[in-house]
Ligand binder design. Sequence first.
Ligand code: FAD
Length: 492
Amino acid sequence: MASQLTAEPTVVVVGGGLAGLSASLEIINEGGKVILVEGESNTGGNSAKASSGINGAGTDTQKKLGIQDSPELLIKDTLSAGDDENNKQLVKVLSENSVAAVEFLRSVGVDLTDVNLCGGHSVPRTHWIPSPKEGRPIPAGFEIMKRLRAKLNELHKEKPERFRLLTQTKMVDIIRESGKVVGVEVVSADGEKSKITGDAVILATGGFSADQDGLLKEFGTQTLGFPSTNGAFAKGEGVKIARKLGAKLIGMERIQIHPTAFVDPKEPAAGTKFLAAEALRGKGALLINSEGKRFGNELGRRDYFTGRIQEHAKPIEESFQGGSAGRNAAIMLMSEKTIDAFGRPAFNFYAIVKKFFKKYENHQELAKALNVGDAVIKATLDEYQEIFDGKKEDPWGKKVFPVAAISPNEPIYAAIVVPAIHYTIGGLQIDDHARVIDEQGKPIVGLYAAGEVTGGVHGSNRLGGNSLLECVVFGRIAGHSGINASKTRTEL
Ligand SMILES: Cc1cc2nc3c(=O)[nH]c(=O)nc-3n(C[C@H](O)[C@H](O)[C@H](O)COP(=O)(O)OP(=O)(O)OC[C@H]3O[C@@H](n4cnc5c(N)ncnc54)[C@H](O)[C@@H]3O)c2cc1C
């Protein structure tokens, strides 16, 4: 049986990524209680892997850096990236709440005081943690999840009944009684089944980028054979379980392939890849093909550059840094200046710890390793310098030129990158109260969703940094709607 509605409503949140933790904190802040159900042994999800940051349009950080931005401009960029297929109302809500979302994370101690220019954005607005001069870098997603979890632990210590976390507990079904969602059925690590009930359920179970034999086969045959940047838990269980209940799915065939995932020279054929952060290109990395030539605008949209790699780049031979195991690939080039701008500790993690990058003293060394003529690499770098200096138009329409060009005579760092399944744009249809909508266009009473489990916000293609933003904005909205579920129900 569902618990009775009390002065302190209880909301069951499923999934301990950014959407789930944002919803949980919002519920507690608004006086409710949370039971958080997480299938893995710890919270974090793919959110903890996020490396480029979260979008905010018009933040104090941007103002301090002299960047002029507005929710309207973020709406424009988001719709442009999504080919106008986005749910406009959701995009409006997303953009108008972006400053509050960044502030929400800063309020739990995340130092989001630097911004990146990511592909498809008109201005730098992807907030991340400034790279320390020395020591280990602090990846945005990991830090965000650590701080939110610490805040929830602190609230739990003060008043344990406010926040209960059940890890290694997997939702296997949603319970509906008399037309209302009243809880979920779960299985614990030892295989025991039980029911967890509350006044509302929020699904925050993430996407399906690792569901090769399920939803990817059904909706994304074009993605089969690509590696993935996601954790194995990204199986779309929230989507599948809500679908059985009659939830409407939207944009399921829109699966984002990220153009740049590192090929590990130790394991070039591996199916799970480490993402080459968007910020690398945002700080001036160049991409060339196996012939040593640029073949696209490095700051173009993700689908655009993935298409360029598929059509204009061939697999890299094993003789160059272990090759790309037969996959079409690009070579990412960085210089000392672009490394400094990106952050040396973060770069050293890729170059020294992971060994994805190899250093060449100059273009001749790189040309030799790649088995192309010196003149080809020199011409590529010289031409880019001219474009960078405004003496020539970029043939691929690059208009923003971050940091510096790469001189043929300076050290060049090179890594092989390939496209990888990164994000599932589609999912459960929600409205601007984060209510899950059914096939008939009506909200499923008591059921809410936020984050990658939902669809509609991003249209045909997601803009970098908008996913973490979506998790915070709609996670908080879902939390708010969840604790007001009794009111919402009477309104329906
Ligand atoms: C490598 C990488 C880098 C990225 N970088 C960025 C970035 O810089 N900026 C950006 O905006 N986006 C980025 N993204 C995308 C973004 O991180 C994700 O889309 C977002 O974090 C998803 O958050 P979420 O809360 O919806 O899901 P997740 O964070 O994936 O959390 C879902 C949670 O639900 C749990 N779960 C799933 N099914 C069940 C079940 N049946 N029962 C119980 N628990 C369940 C999972 O174990 C998981 O912990 C990146 C993604 C990846 C993979």
